[in-house]
Design a protein around this ligand. Sequence first.
Ligand code: 3PG
Length: 213
Amino acid sequence: MTPAEQSLKAAEICRLAPVVPVIVVEDLGHARKLAEALVAGGLPALEVTLRTPVALDAIRAMAEVAGGVVGAGTLLTPADVKAAKAAGAKFGVSPGATDRIIDACSEWDLPLLPGAATATEIMLLLEKGFTVQKFFPAEQAGGAPYLKSIGSPIPQVKFCPTGGISLKNARDYLGLANILCVGGSWVAPKEALGAGDWAKVTQLAAEARALRG
Ligand code: 3PG
């Protein structure tokens, strides 16, 4: 799968809803219920970060939830890409981008949303064919004003910014022409998961879904 083909797929996934939940699963027992709660609230695309020992099993469990499109985040090595694909991930997200990660995603047919934070990084990814990129860490790297500025010289690249985004500032991003969606962990808070408060997760997801009416 070429980078251009990967970006087409990434765009399709990013357009499913205004927000992609960025999920950290500590307890495998939460995975399925969490995915069901988020999908029920209107957020079908889910990024499960490979930051916990159960992350790959969580992807396996969540991939069975009807209506969900589950991807793997925090891809740092080619081995992560291979394992994510084997677990059933439909897309991959990386905080930055390296040739090894990019080559692995092409080899394993995993649509990649590669991370970039500067004009040069964005241009290097565009040269390879990635027209859809993750902007990370969004708030810390300049936020919505930065992305608005980047949109003048490089309007052909569309972004999913993540990092420091919440219900409070998501609209600042979603109003820009070069933003397809935003990513954030606020819709799957640790406290709600710990308490098994799936109704709360669905409520947060529904609020996020309503960001774009
Ligand atoms: C991450 O990789 O942790 C994401 O960017 C989510 O960031 P957030 O927790 O600030 O939403």
